[in-house]
Design a protein around this ligand. Structure first.
Ligand code: SF4
Length: 338
């Protein structure tokens, strides 16, 4: 079939629903928003999500939605390639899988064979798991880990639900990482100094080339300022730092724009991390995106993690630290070293 004759369905034109969650109130609420979609009952989400020979790249243009009940664990210890920001008990949770944004470097391309979006409707079971952990020690939890939860908020309401839950559990701190422009969320949820909104901050060139469908830099910075005004701690994540031929210029201009748009003295902290990904995931990214200059870069394999060569990585990290340290105290700058 020529590209001229390819036709795509609209996103979520097909919604697969596990039979066991058909009667769940969240399932009903979500389905009520998609009157034009075809609903298909399934026994288990993996029957669809884990089908062999799917194309992540093609599915990304018109993903299906899968509503399921998570029967296994949904809270996990943080991976060594993620930053723990000094928190001892660092976990992440997966209430949704996959993302409606489309970043070329996204690890989900390597992690999953499908770009379909899975929503586990039994969020309360994840809450119970977290309460079990909280009975033993304080918990730091990334709730927007293998998705962008704010981007799915209209569908799921999970940002609001996690924020409410966190407010009621004093030993819980959550991070909600995003590339979204949305500000209305800060009106909807109660302010809490343990609900951290973490904005990925990238140069315009990176956003335009590699972070499709995400908010512009100005929109992200404006949303971050709004979150701070409403009393939420805000983290700026210069992570992943992406190589461009003129990366020094691009990141210098980026930091200038950040300094001009946001009061850095009120930021909780910043993270800096150059692009890194497991070598297994990188194999899949390169296969899925053979023309990607980002993925085809000659990375070095450091113990199973693909990274920029040491001298480039150090140069990028030092440049970012130098650019930021005149405006942010050293103890608020976290480097992704592992
Ligand atoms: S916003 Fe995050 S989860 Fe979504 S596609 Fe981009 S990197 Fe992946």
């Amino acid at each position: 079939m020529s590209s001229a004759t390819v036709s795509y369905n609209f996103p979520f034109s097909h919604i697969y629903v596990e039979k066991k969650v058909l009667g769940h109130p969240r399932t009903k609420a979500i389905l009520s928003r998609f009157s034009k979609s075809r609903v298909i009952k399934i026994d288990h989400y993996k029957d669809v999500f884990n089908r062999p020979r799917q194309s992540f790249r093609l599915q990304k243009d018109s993903p299906s939605l899968i509503l399921a009940g998570n029967t296994g664990a949904s809270v996990f210890h943080g991976s060594p390639v993620c930053q723990d920001f000094g928190y001892e008990n660092f976990y992440y949770t997966s209430s949704c899988r996959n993302c409606i944004f489309d970043c070329e470097y996204c690890f989900l391309r390597g992690m999953y064979g499908s770009a379909d979006v899975v929503v586990f409707v039994n969020l309360e079971d994840a809450f119970s798991e977290v309460e079990d952990l909280l009975s033993k020690h304080p918990v730091y939890l990334c709730v927007s880990f293998d998705t962008d939860l704010i981007a799915l908020e209209n569908l799921t309401g999970y940002v609001s639900a996690w924020a409410e839950f966190t407010k009621g559990h004093p030993d819980l701190t959550i991070e909600i990482r995003t590339k979204s422009f949305r500000k209305d969320i800060f009106q909807k949820i109660p302010s809490c100094d343990r609900v951290i909104f973490a904005y990925t901050i990238s140069p315009k060139e990176v956003i335009g080339r590699f972070e499709k469908r995400t908010a512009t830099l100005a929109e992200r910075l404006s949303a971050a300022s709004c979150a701070m005004e409403k009393g939420f701690p805000v983290r700026l994540c210069f992570d992943p730092v992406i190589y461009l031929p003129d990366w020094k210029k691009a990141y210098t201009e980026l930091i200038e724009e950040v300094k001009g748009s946001i009061d850095l003295s009120r930021i909780k902290d910043v993270s800096i991390g150059t692009f890194r990904i497991s070598s297994e995931y990188m194999k899949k990214l390169r296969k899925d995106l053979p023309g990607s200059s980002l993925c085809q870069f000659p990375f070095e394999n450091h113990n199973g993690v693909m990274e920029y060569p040491d001298n480039l990585r150090n140069d990028m990290e030092c440049t970012l630290v130098t650019l930021l340290q005149s405006s942010i105290s050293q103890e608020k700058i976290f480097l992704a070293t592992f």
